[in-house]
Design a protein around this ligand. Structure first.
Ligand SMILES: Cc1cc2nc3c(=O)[nH]c(=O)nc-3n(C[C@H](O)[C@H](O)[C@H](O)COP(=O)(O)O)c2cc1C
Length: 365
């Protein structure tokens, strides 16, 4: 049975959930290239900031990128409802509410996971937002605030009764941040207590992990975040494994390096040379992680200043790890992309997007 988000019938069981500093339009396009049916969501957007800066590009969606949700955070029901309406007007397929973010900057204002300590307020937010929009509403949360207050089961039931059509549960408490292991057993308890679809989340880095999580928890779907960093192919490999029981090969170095380049170019085109290249450094190091012999190049990629330097370093790496034919094909891909860009120069946007939260450090989480 396909998972349903309200009226939407999904063609996948795999979800790439919101990641601040990652799931922007550039990243989402790359994931969709390898898996067109994937369920995706934007980075979290501050509902309060949207009231002052409604034009933020963080909510930009391609008309073709479906299904994609916009995630909002905040704690004022009316402001959240207005933000959700703005997301709906932007073309989101669903609105997701963030009740799981553990970062102190967010939780100290009663936002994110702090709402798990305020279930009455969380209920009011969900029912107010629900009444304000026609598209489906989902919520993402954790096991609870800390080990002594794991209220995810009652919390999930409350969200369902308030109108959420699906939830994503990250199997850690707020106190854990990203430490320890995600508790899949506990996610299973939430699944069994709810009637709406549940996406289990936490520590899926290989297709086999996804299958184990789904088996252990009985969840309808799986949400995969960090595993996709520099590795959008993980999503199609998981789907393939779920459908056929066979493990597809890992991408070859050429595919990884071309995707890394396209990611950097995409960010520079979309966010401008300064912000774009700055953000691309973190991603570039992730793309090279599965490539043997890439360590010295990775260090250089953290210091690149423009896409020409990116291309030069990746070209060296291509030749070193895979030979001259791979180098030739890499340079061809670079040339084709540069030609396309010169034919259709994109507009870029260099401001600092005040509705975007400071990205969690990709290298340390
Ligand atoms: C860089 C980064 C940014 C994140 N930003 C968000 C966010 O904006 N909203 C959200 O609900 N969760 C956010 N998360 C949490 C992830 O969606 C996910 O719940 C968590 O990483 C656990 O899943 P994983 O083990 O598959 O990475 C973020 C995680 C990372 C690593």
């Amino acid at each position: 049975m396909p998972i349903r988000l309200g009226d939407i019938s999904l063609k996948t069981r795999v979800y790439v959930p919101p990641m601040a500093g990652v799931t922007d339009i550039v990243f989402r396009n790359l994931v969709r290239k390898v898996d067109p049916n994937c369920l995706l969501a934007t980075e979290m957007v501050s509902s309060r900031a949207l009231m002052h800066r409604p034009e933020t590009r963080i909510m930009d969606l391609n008309p073709e990128e479906k299904p994609t949700g916009i995630q909002i955070f905040g704690h004022e029901p009316d402001v959240m409802a207005q933000a959700a309406q703005m997301a709906e007007a932007k073309g989101a397929d669903f609105v997701d509410i963030n009740m799981g973010c553990p970062v102190p900057k967010i939780t100290k204002g009663k936002d994110g996971c702090a709402l798990m300590r305020e279930p009455d307020l969380a209920r009011e937010i969900v029912s107010t937002v629900k009444a304000a929009i026609k598209i489906p509403l989902t919520v993402k949360f954790r096991l609870g605030w800390d080990d002594d207050s794991r209220n995810c089961i009652e919390f999930g039931q409350m969200l369902e009764s308030a109108g959420a059509v699906a939830v994503t549960v990250h199997g850690r408490t707020r106190q854990q941040l990203y430490s320890g292991k995600a508790n899949w057993e506990y996610i299973g308890r939430v699944k069994r207590a709810l009637g709406i679809p549940v996406f289990g989340n936490g520590d899926v880095f290989e297709p086999e992990d996804a299958v184990t999580l789904l088996e252990k928890t009985g969840c309808d779907g799986v949400a995969v975040a960090r595993g996709t960093l520099g590795n959008p192919w993980l999503i199609s490999r998981i789907n393939n494994y779920l459908e056929t029981g066979k493990l597809a090969d890992e991408p070859q170095p050429l595919e990884r390096l071309v995707c890394a380049y396209l990611h950097a170019v995409g960010l520079v085109r979309y966010k401008g040379p300064r912000v774009g290249i700055n953000e691309s450094r973190r991603h570039l190091t992730h793309y090279t992680k599965g490539i043997e012999g890439a360590a010295p190049y990775r260090a250089r990629l953290t210091q690149v200043n423009n896409t020409e330097e990116v291309a030069a370093i990746l070209a060296e790496l291509a030749e070193k790890v895979a030979g001259t034919e791979t180098l030739r094909l890499f340079l061809l891909a670079v040339e084709q992309e540069n030609f396309k860009n010169s034919e259709h120069p994109g507009k870029w946007h260099s401001d600092s997007e005040s509705c975007v939260q400071t990205p969690v450090d990709l290298v340390t989480v």
